[in-house]
Design a binder for this molecule. Structure first.
Ligand SMILES: [Mg+2]
Length: 377
């Protein structure tokens, strides 16, 4: 049997320039040094560093399976090196997502988010990685449902014999830390009963009964992990495409609907999801809008294969940046229109999240102050 490959996407915000905007190039250079070392010492086979807004994403291939201590430690050390550089340069929120001083064997629960999938490489292993900024893990629920449940999005569910059986969904309750696996289409309405509550439920994995994991999402809720407000979750998602899984286009189409997602500005606002290229993901409007970046590549013999970037030396290759095309201008314009509309509500719901979801609030102190003046009706 062929050796299995693991794709690990581990992300964190460890500092940025001029507020919650973009990591400094020397932070990325420091992280790259560490990951280059990881390739030399054979901890990982290959890697790419990408970014979405103020988050850095390490996309790594290796043969050690999910939750491999040495891979997580490598990512942790690379984030520490980038955070140290951010501190040295006095950047904003340096080390923000690194919640503990020492690595304890796995990045989960320590601040960074992780989406990992182990698989036997298919003849052609097409993969896309989504990277979100200024939103929580439930943001992916709507597009995931469209791609894996909705035949009006994914015609493959109707006409591809392998996709026709449907998919299993692993749903997590991010508040009570429980999970349940349910099947679509058989339990579709029950699934949507849970997933419609984006304050509590999120999809962790989508699984094909024969082909294995189709999609995996980082579902760590940073404010819950830390017990207090420390930043946004800004989740990542890995989706395997084609040959029994949805076609690339069936995975991307749902993002043409600029859905409202929670986590914008102070982690407390709703905004329309804005699909854009990685290099255009710097938040410049009200610390947003909430972004989603998507890069695609092949995993081939354990390595990441992409395309030649413009104006680059021959031989260099990078992933395909899926939302860089002009087709997405229409969606971006629509997203901005919705964002401006919802901003018109200022601090009123539904522009802001519910009182329970606010990352911080003055309400208890205001109510305490007013207590003596509160009268029965
Ligand atoms: Mg972020």
């Amino acid at each position: 049997m062929a050796e299995k490959v693991t794709l690990s996407v581990i992300k964190a915000d460890v500092g940025s320039v001029a507020g919650h905007s973009c990591p400094h190039p020397s932070m990325i250079a420091k992280a790259k040094e560490l990951l280059d070392g990881g390739v030399k010492s054979k901890i990982i086979n290959d890697f790419q560093i990408s970014r979405s807004g103020d988050d850095m994403e390490f996309i790594m291939t290796h043969n050690s399976g999910e939750n491999a201590k040495e891979v997580h430690e490598l990512a942790w050390n690379a984030f520490i090196a980038a955070a140290d550089e951010a501190k040295r340069l006095k950047l904003y929120a340096a080390g923000q997502d690194l919640l503990t001083d020492a690595f304890s064997g796995n990045v989960r629960g320590q601040g960074p988010g992780a989406a990992e999938v182990e698989f036997e490489e298919r003849k052609a292993e097409s993969v896309v990685v989504f990277m979100a900024d200024k939103c929580g893990p439930s943001a992916y629920s709507l597009p995931i449902c469209r791609t894996f449940m909705d035949p009006f999005t994914t015609t493959g569910l109707v006409i591809d014999p392998r996709a026709h059986q449907g998919y299993d969904f692993e749903v997590v309750d991010v508040i009570d830390h429980k999970r349940v696996v349910m099947s679509a289409p058989a339990e579709m309405y029950d699934l949507l009963t849970l997933l419609g509550d984006t304050t509590r439920y999120a999809v962790k994995r989508v699984i094909h009964k024969e082909l294995g994991i189709a999609a995996v999402i980082s579902t760590e809720k940073l404010n819950i992990t830390a017990g207090k407000y420390v930043g946004k979750d800004d989740p990542v998602m890995v989706v395997r495409c084609q040959s029994g899984f949805p076609a690339l286009g069936e995975v991307l189409q749902p993002f043409a609907f600029p859905a409202l997602v929670a986590g914008w500005m102070r982690g407390s606002h709703y905004g329309a999801w804005f699909p854009c290229a990685s290099e255009e993901s710097t938040p410049t409007f009200y610390d947003g809008p909430p972004r989603v970046v998507c890069i695609g590549f092949q995993v081939s013999n354990g390595k990441i294969q992409g395309i030649e970037p413009p104006n680059s030396a021959p031989g260099k290759h990078v992933p395909v940046d899926m939302f860089s095309g002009k087709e997405w201008d229409y969606v971006r314009n629509k997203a901005m229109e919705i964002c401006l509309y919802i901003r018109g509500h200022g601090p009123f719901m539904p522009a802001i999240v519910s009182p329970d979801e606010l990352e911080y609030t003055t309400r208890p102190s205001v109510l305490k102050k007013l207590e003596p003046r509160m009268e029965p009706l």
